[in-house]
Design a protein around this ligand. Structure first.
Ligand SMILES: C[S@@+](CC[C@H](N)C(=O)[O-])C[C@H]1O[C@@H](n2cnc3c(N)ncnc32)[C@H](O)[C@@H]1O
Length: 134
C-alpha cells in the first residue's frame, strides 16, 4: 500500500515528503531526535485501531501546541478505540471531539483533538488557552 502513497506524492509534485515504511508503533519514534525535533502542526492517524492510544500518544508528543490530531476512529467495538476515548476523557493536554460522518459504509467518524496551549504562571494557577484553527 505504501507504493500508492509514494505514487501520490510523486504525482503531487511535492519534494518535502518522506515516506517511512514500517510498524507505526516503532517508526514514529524515529521522528524524534532527542528534544531538538521540528514539531508537527497536524497528525492524521489511520492505522490499526488496537494501537489507537499508542499512536495518539506518540503523535501528541510530536505536535506543537495548538497542533491538531485527526484520528480515523470508526468502530467502538474495538478495545483500542474505547481505550483512546477513555484516555481522552482524562487528558488535560488536549481538547477533543468526535465527528460522525456518513459514507459508503453507512457510518464513519473522526476524532479531532487540539493540543492545548498550557501556560504555567505560578504554582497555583495554570492557564489553558486554545484557539480554533480554521
Ligand atoms: C484503514 S487502512 C487505511 C489506509 C490509508 N489511510 C488509506 O486510506 O488508504 C489502515 C492501514 O494501516 C495499516 N496498519 C495496520 N497496523 C499498522 C501499524 N502498526 N503500523 C503501520 N500501519 C499499520 C494497514 O495495513 C492498513 O493498510
Amino acid at each position: 500500500m505504501y507504493q500508492v502513497a509514494e505514487e501520490n506524492v510523486k504525482n503531487a509534485g511535492v519534494s518535502n515528503v518522506r515516506v517511512i515504511v514500517g510498524d507505526a508503533v516503532t517508526t514514529i519514534k524515529s521522528l524524534r531526535h532527542g528534544d531538538s525535533f521540528e514539531p508537527f502542526d497536524l497528525a492524521f492517524i489511520d492505522a490499526d485501531k488496537e494501537n489507537n492510544l499508542n499512536h495518539f500518544r506518540e503523535a501528541k508528543s510530536l505536535l506543537r501546541q495548538c497542533g491538531v490530531i485527526v484520528d480515523n476512529v470508526t468502530d467502538l467495538s474495538v478495545e483500542g478505540v474505547r481505550n483512546l476515548l477513555e484516555a481522552l476523557k482524562e487528558d488535560r493536554e488536549t481538547d477533543a471531539t468526535n465527528i460522525a460522518t456518513v459514507g459508503e459504509k453507512g457510518y464513519d467518524g473522526l476524532i479531532c483533538a487540539v493540543k492545548l496551549w498550557i501556560r504555567q504562571f505560578d504554582h497555583k494557577y495554570t492557564c489553558i488557552v486554545y484557539q480554533l484553527l480554521l
